[in-house]
Write a protein that binds this ligand. Sequence first.
Ligand SMILES: *Cc1c(COP(=O)(O)O)cnc(C)c1O
Length: 426
Amino acid sequence: MNMDEMYQALGISKPVLEFGKEIEESLKERFLEIDENAEYNQMKVIKAMQDNRVSETHFEATTGYGYNDAGRDALEGVYASVFHGESALVRPQLISGTHALHIALSSNLRPGDELLSPVGKPYDTLEEVIGIRESVGSLKEYGVSYRQVDLLEDGSFDYEGIEKALNEKTRLVTIQRSKGYQTRPTLSVDRIGELIAFIKKRKPDVICMVDNCYGEFVERREPLDVGADMMVGSLIKNPGGGLAPIGGYIVGRADCIERAAVRLTAPGLGKEVGASLGLNRSFFQGLFMAPTVVASALKGAIFAARLYEKLGFSVVPNGTESRHDIIQAITFGTPEGVIAFCEGIQAAAPVDSYVTPEPWDMPGYDAPVIMAAGAFIQGASIELSADGPIKPPYAVYFQGGLTWYHAKLGILKSLQKLKDAGLADL
Ligand SMILES: *Cc1c(COP(=O)(O)O)cnc(C)c1O
């Protein structure tokens, strides 16, 4: 079989393949730039592993309380080094990104404090954590109030509004780097730095936390490099490199991390306990792989942007602008478009390629969501995956790809599904 026949065996027709080739041809320079960033970040990770004297003994499992878990401590040292924090909490007991964010917030806020989001509505699952949507156990129930300043129409910060919103109660500012399920632009690390500088100038003692989900290794700098006190993310996204089977991280100022640690375990215990259960090897190796995995995901995102943009769909970011996370939003305008796209991603997967994804009411979300993922790790969105809430504007959020070739196949397959359903004209 030659290459074209190989793609045909996977259900990609000649016109779709040719269209893809044309798009790929136009992206050579962008891909080179992505590879150079990956190279830089790879060096950053290796340097951190060497500086922390990572050794084979760190891959051994601990059980029970997990006292003297040298691997866990070394891993946290590596995360602190890579992301330039004083301390880190990197644990399988942080069961997801939402959990890590909940711990970071609930541990650093006290009754009577106020939480401010100066970048608009946070990620859907945080609405219940904060209490924007009524929820048992929310920060609101514990007497933490919340204020939000939306981005301006053009996506810029509403500095005037932010200045007014800061008050004597404001204790913590949460800044979400990625667009999440919105079509606003993702924030660059530079822009996050400008925002933090503005806030700290007016209120130096406020804690600035960045929800860094999907942002790790996309740029050469990370939020802690531009003044953030804490950054938080999920290990089944970028920094787990597709190998971490669970986990979350919080990196930043030592006092913030200490508060998070005693909240995760118990006052008096903190970081000293928490068995790593034999997961350290995949955490280390995943972090080692992460820069190149993120590069693959970025190539897929840009390929999808260029391709669907050319077909007349609205895409965020567009095919030419710079990238600050791995998410690609494509607005199809109809439920059928979202569903066909997700079916294509599913059909291209190495796992569960034969199942048909359907919209369902996921906990934490306020509309049915369709998700496509044929992943080795359940729900891992660093693996090729797509999801879309079935509500206007009927946009799909697509991300991941452990290899560029798989991401490419998935996107071609999605286009094939749209074309076959008469929803896209080549
Ligand atoms: C994914 C994500 C979260 C939540 O992470 P989960 O691991 O899904 O709980 C929070 N914020 C942003 C921006 C995300 O992308």
